[in-house]
Ligand binder design. Structure first.
Ligand code: BES
Ligand code: MN
Ligand code: ZN
Length: 495
């Protein structure tokens, strides 16, 4: 797929298989729709007057051979009320358009949808338009024996404006972010018998091979034993798949500049361990490495965007299995930091692998560290499937992460951290327990991690509700790659 940009184009003159323009509720025309209406002597307005199509959100109408319009197809896409149109509606409109057009014999599309965005938000809207098209074209059929009989013919998508500045860099960024999201989705969707810690290590190696600015270091279990990562090992030891800690460094900034550290939970399958999970929907625990996948996806996007900053991605990759040599409730382990943990529930394994990864991250003296994890079912109870949970020990960093999510249309919402919640982690026998009981499970999980990040500016994203869709649409979402890459863009190019 080719993505291109045109800053000033009349919709009627676009030389393409299909022109896509927005129409608001009650037949209010977008700028580009107005151009088509003018060139066709009012055909668009005439059509809308018929009443078949009213510009409501999530509706669209294809038209053919409008007089005075060069393209043979015109797709009118509803944008709802003009006064309440948002970035999200615009991105959704592009997704709808791409989903429809990909099933037709359309090779080249010119879309004017982002022309409706105010100048302030255009850069983000253009990136998101590319991401929406990529999402419509995303396909994960590697494990189906029969190939799609009518694969999409789409070859190019032009993001066009009637009158705008040059946003071709934003198109390229959208392509890079989409590539990161696709990697994230692929890793998430790949089954647990294939996507093991070793598979994640191979993926990291492929990223390191893209550019000489990227290096990979793999800590094997013997290395982690030597480093005293007793918490990580307590999870990994019950699996026949060797656990790995992956450290991928991207040096796009000045030598010596403090890096941003991204730390991902990479449990390639979470059975719960001896505290075994119930069977229903347990297959979805193949997605328990989506934090790691989003970190690797964001790294890929950063490399492709050639961002001028230093980045270190740390992936804590292990499989959580019940076994004769698995950890048992009541076991006490010593973390790399020296703190001891009583494992009261082996299903609270994410924090155990992350705490040692976070301690390891400290050695890079990061400017900020963000860990990303499908950490708690409680995050779904609190926020459902639309919003990731954010917890942080630094208010400025928290605002930065929230703002990035908001611009990127990949929302997070902050939950509190605090001494009071820490009391729930008290253990009679060790420095802390690995669970804090039913109340505020997302908060106490983050409190646990906060013991290991005291010397860093740290934010934690619990993506249990947002990393994948269940049910009929089961599949990884690619989140929070948009949020993370926006955060990196903001750091790389401060306003
Ligand atoms: N990976 C799960 C969290 C999870 C569950 C994410 C369901 C998405 C959907 C995590 O390892 C886990 O099992 N957490 C436990 C913690 C509890 C034992 C304190 C949970 O949330 O039940
Ligand atoms: Mn678990
Ligand atoms: Zn888990």
């Amino acid at each position: 797929m080719q993505y291109t940009f045109q800053a000033t184009l009349n919709a009627a003159a676009a030389d393409t298989d299909c022109v896509v323009v927005g129409v608001y509720k009650d037949g209010v025309l977008s700028g580009a729709a107005k151009q088509l209406d003018d060139s066709s002597q009012g055909k668009i307005k005439d059509f809308i007057a018929l009443g078949d199509f009213s510009g409501e959100k999530d509706t669209s109408q294809l038209q053919y051979d409008l007089p005075g319009v060069k393209a043979r197809r015109v797709l009118l896409v509803g944008l709802g009320d003009k006064a309440t149109m948002t970035q999200e509606i615009l991105a959704q409109a592009t997704l709808n358009a791409a989903q429809q057009l990909k099933t037709r014999k359309v090779d080249h599309v010119t879309s004017f949808l982002t022309d409706e965005c105010s100048a302030e938000y255009r850069a983000a809207a253009v990136r998101q338009a590319v991401q929406a098209v990529a999402q419509a074209l995303y396909d994960f059929s590697a494990y189906k024996s029969k190939k799609d009989e009518n694969p999409p013919t789409l070859q190019s998508w032009m993001v066009a404006h009637t009158d705008a500045g040059d946003l071709s860099k934003e198109v390229a960024q959208g392509v890079a972010i989409s590539a990161g999201m696709s990697l994230c989705k692929d890793l998430g969707n790949t089954p647990g018998n294939v996507c093991t810690p070793s598979y994640l290590a191979e993926t990291a190696q492929q990223l390191a091979d893209i550019s000489d600015k990227v290096t990979l270091e793999v800590l094997e279990e013997s290395d982690m034993e030597a480093l005293g990562m007793g918490a990580f090992m307590s999870v990994s030891k019950g699996s026949t798949q060797p656990g790995k800690m992956l450290i991928v460094q991207y040096n796009g900034g000045n030598k010596g500049d403090a890096p941003v550290a991204l730390v991902g939970k990479g449990i390639t399958f979470d059975t719960g361990g001896i505290s075994l999970k119930p069977g229903a929907k347990m297959d979805e625990m193949k997605y328990d490495m989506c934090g790691a996948a989003s970190v690797l996806g964001s790294l890929k996007a950063a490399i492709e965007m050639d961002l001028p900053l230093n980045l270190v991605a740390i992936v804590a990759a292990a499989e959580n299995m019940p076994a004769g040599n698995a950890s048992k409730p009541g076991d006490i382990v010593t973390t790399m930091s020296g703190l001891t943990v009583e494992i009261l529930n082996t299903d609270a394994e994410g924090r155990l692998v992350l705490c040692d990864a976070l301690t390891y991250a400290e050695k890079f003296k990061p400017a900020a560290v963000i860990d990303v994890a499908t950490l708690t079912g409680a995050a779904i109870v609190a926020l459902g499937h639309h919003t990731s949970a954010l917890l942080s020990n630094d208010d400025y960093l928290a605002q930065e992460v929230l703002a990035a999510g908001s611009v990127a249309n990949d929302e997070a919402w902050q939950l509190p951290l605090g001494e009071k919640y820490k009391e729930q982690l008290k253990s009679n026998f060790a420095d802390m327990a690995n669970i804090g009981g039913p109340p505020a499970g997302t908060v106490t999980a983050a409190c646990f991690l906060s013991y290991f990040t005291e010397n860093m500016k740290w934010a934690h994203l619990d993506i249990a509700g947002t990393a994948w869709d269940g049910g009929a649409k089961k599949g990884a979402t690619g989140r929070p790659v948009p949020l993370l890459t926006q955060f990196l863009l903001n750091r790389a190019y401060p306003a």
